[in-house]
Structures are given as structure tokens and as C-alpha cells.
Design a protein around this ligand. Structure first.
Ligand code: ATP
Length: 230
């Protein structure tokens, strides 16, 4: 069976400045993979390229066996990708419920199942997104991505800058989603949390993949060399 997401030797650029130089990775059904690397190494650029927000200049991206070349972002999303973007990007003037409902596509995830995962969203359903705390906005961003009923959830720094208790709640939700069989591609800095969630790590450096392996295979030396972790 082909993986849910296949990225092969992908290159991308911002105008004339190249940012990705041939990255390959894959995520299988029900698998969780972490995309790692120091700041500015190309993680967000990789996510944008997968989602069709940035055109690739070479290489191949396939979602559920379908080449995404030339597809607009909403068409890529319909192939089964739910993106939780860096900076959350909730619709500030809309209520929690409206933010969720506007993303809805048929499937297991609806207002009620998202509310079970994040009860706070149900409590705040009539509040506008702009009145939520950062952590609640992050839950809303995850909830909104789930409302599209994706086969693969992509999270770009979803726990960044949040209080520890909220961070824990988000990690708990990701474990639950993985257990339920959702495939996950996650960018995050917390090695401790990632090591218990994901099946594989992919490390990129200066727009190239430089190391791939299981969490247990990541030695202190590799972490120091590619992630700057002592
Ligand atoms: P961070 O953890 O800081 O978000 P990252 O690994 O996600 O880092 P990217 O944001 O993908 O890195 O950046 C990769 C490279 O592309 C960097 O050199 C960055 O300066 C450049 N870059 C990112 N966004 C743009 C943009 N909109 N225009 C031009 N260059 C950009």
C-alpha cells in the first residue's frame, strides 16, 4: 500500500531565493512523524509546499496516491490534509462554533465530537475567537482542522508559547488522535513529548533532509549536531 503522504525530492523557493533543496519524506496510514530541525531550516516551508500554499519547483508530492501538482490549497485539503498552521489563524470576529462549522466536511468529526476532545471549546462556543486565550485558540485551530475530517493532520508548532497545562492537554489530544488511527505530521521543539508520540523523526537542515530514524535511534550526538540540543 502506498503511503498517505509521499514527498519526493521536493524543491521550493520564495521568489528567487531557494528554500528547499530536495526533501523526501513519507507518512503512512495511522503513522505519526515529526519534522524537526533548527529555526529557519525549512520546516514551515515544507508544510506550505505539501499543502499547495507554495508551489514546488521540482520533485513530487502525492496525497493518497494523487499527485498534487498544480492543485490549489483547498483541493489539496480535500484529498485529506488538515493543517494547523503556525500562528493558529483562527477567524477572530467569528465565534468558536462558527470557526468550527465553516470548516466542516462530513465524517466522524463534528461540533459534538470536537467538543468531547476539547470541552473548553464547547464552554466557549458563543465567544468570538479573538477573546480566547492563546491555548484555547490553538485548540480551536486543531478542532477546525479536524472538522475537515482529514486522513492526515499536520501541526506546525502547535504547542509553541503555551502554558504547560495547556501544552499537556494538546499532547494528550494528539495521543488520542493517534490511537484512533489518524496519521499525524508534527513540527515541535519538545523532544520529550515527540519521543512518546511519533513513530519516526525526519530532520531537515538548510532545506535538505539530513537524518531519519526512530526516536530511540536519535543519539545525543545527532541531536547536538542537527538540532542544537545539548
Ligand atoms: P522556524 O522554526 O523558525 O519557523 P522553519 O524551519 O520553519 O523555521 P522556514 O520558515 O521554512 O523555517 O524558513 C526556511 C527558509 O526560508 C529561511 O531561510 C527563511 O528565511 C526563508 N523564508 C521563510 N519564509 C519566507 C518568505 N515568506 N519569504 C522569503 N523567505 C522566506
Amino acid at each position: 500500500m502506498s503511503p498517505l503522504l509521499t514527498v519526493e525530492k521536493v524543491e521550493a523557493a520564495y521568489g528567487v531565493s531557494p528554500a528547499l533543496f530536495g526533501v523526501s519524506l513519507s507518512v503512512g496510514e495511522g503513522e505519526a512523524v515529526a519534522l524537526m530541525g533548527r529555526n529557519g531550516m525549512g520546516k514551515t516551508t515544507m508544510v506550505k509546499t505539501i499543502c499547495g500554499l507554495l508551489p514546488r519547483t521540482a520533485g513530487r508530492v502525492e496525497v493518497a496516491g494523487r499527485d498534487t501538482k498544480g492543485l490549489a490549497p483547498h483541493r489539496v485539503a480535500r484529498l485529506g490534509i488538515g493543517l494547523v498552521p503556525e500562528g493558529r489563524r483562527c477567524f477572530a470576529p467569528l465565534t468558536v462554533e462558527e470557526n468550527l462549522i465553516t470548516a466542516a466536511r462530513p465524517g466522524h468529526w463534528d461540533f459534538s465530537t470536537v467538543s468531547e476532545l476539547f470541552p473548553r471549546l464547547a464552554e466557549r462556543r458563543r465567544q468570538t475567537a479573538r477573546t480566547l486565550s492563546g491555548g484555547e485558540q490553538q485548540m480551536l485551530a486543531i478542532g477546525r482542522a479536524l472538522m475537515t475530517n482529514p486522513r492526515l493532520l499536520i501541526l506546525d508548532e502547535a504547542t509553541e508559547g503555551l502554558a504547560p497545562a495547556i501544552r499537556q492537554e494538546i499532547w494528550r489530544s494528539l495521543h488520542k488522535l493517534k490511537t484512533e488511527g489518524l496519521a499525524i505530521l508534527v513540527i515541535d521543539k519538545s523532544l520529550t513529548e515527540l519521543s512518546t508520540l511519533v513513530d519516526r523523526y525526519v530532520i531537515i537542515e538548510k532545506g535538505e533532509d539530513v537524518w531519519k530514524g526512530k526516536p530511540a535511534e536519535l543519539t545525543a550526538e545527532i541531536a547536538a549536531r542537527h538540532l542544537g540540543v545539548a
